[in-house]
Design a protein around this ligand. Structure first.
Ligand SMILES: [Zn+2]
Ligand SMILES: [Zn+2]
Length: 181
């Protein structure tokens, strides 16, 4: 049973329906924005990333449902960027400077054209391949972080969070890869 705690008054909903009812009729004054930020973990990532604790897409991006009259749904990092800067201009997209797809720290997000996005991606890849061989996608810091999840989260959840394959996570958990760390 999912448990949700109200960030305003501490009410604990033991069913999703009960919690939704509290938000609509509980009159504690909790706002949509408070509920939104309650789903963000600002402290556990050493890189300063704010990790989205809500639903993650299969591609590792956080996902937010639409709320009538408040926002349209979509990728969490984009929704946050738009909450601060307004609508993303046509032809641009919101990208991560930190490469952590589940990250929603506004300081790690910037809007760029698709072209810039690709250039950025290639530049980073060149960088990664330059300093490291086949472990391309993850940094040492992330691998150490991932090990902390062993036994606490499923391989699939962790894989989604970091945008890598489940096999890669299994190898990290079992220390078959990144042995030198
Ligand atoms: Zn409340
Ligand atoms: Zn980040």
């Amino acid at each position: 049973m999912p448990k949700k705690t109200c960030p305003q008054c501490g009410f604990v909903g033991t069913t999703l329906g009960g919690f939704a009812c509290h938000v609509r009729f509980g009159k504690c004054g909790v706002t949509e924005e408070q509920l939104f930020w309650a789903k963000v973990d600002k402290t556990s990532s050493p890189g300063g990333c704010w990790l989205w604790l809500g639903f993650l897409n299969h591609d590792g991006y956080g996902r937010v449902g639409p709320k009538r009259g408040v926002r349209s749904g979509g990728r969490a990092h984009k929704v946050i960027w738009e909450m601060i800067h307004g609508k993303v201009p046509a032809g641009m997209s919101v990208m991560h400077t930190c490469d952590v797809r589940a990250c929603v720290n506004p300081a790690h997000l910037k809007a760029g054209t698709h072209r810039e996005n690709m250039d950025d991606c290639y530049a980073k890849r060149r960088h990664i391949f330059g300093e490291r061989n086949s472990h391309a996608k993850l940094t040492e810091e992330q691998v150490l972080e991932i090990r902390q999840f062993a036994g606490k989260a499923t391989q699939r959840e962790v894989a989604a969070r970091y945008g890598v394959s489940q096999t890669a996570i299994a190898a990290i958990f079992n220390r078959r890869s990144w042995k030198f760390l």
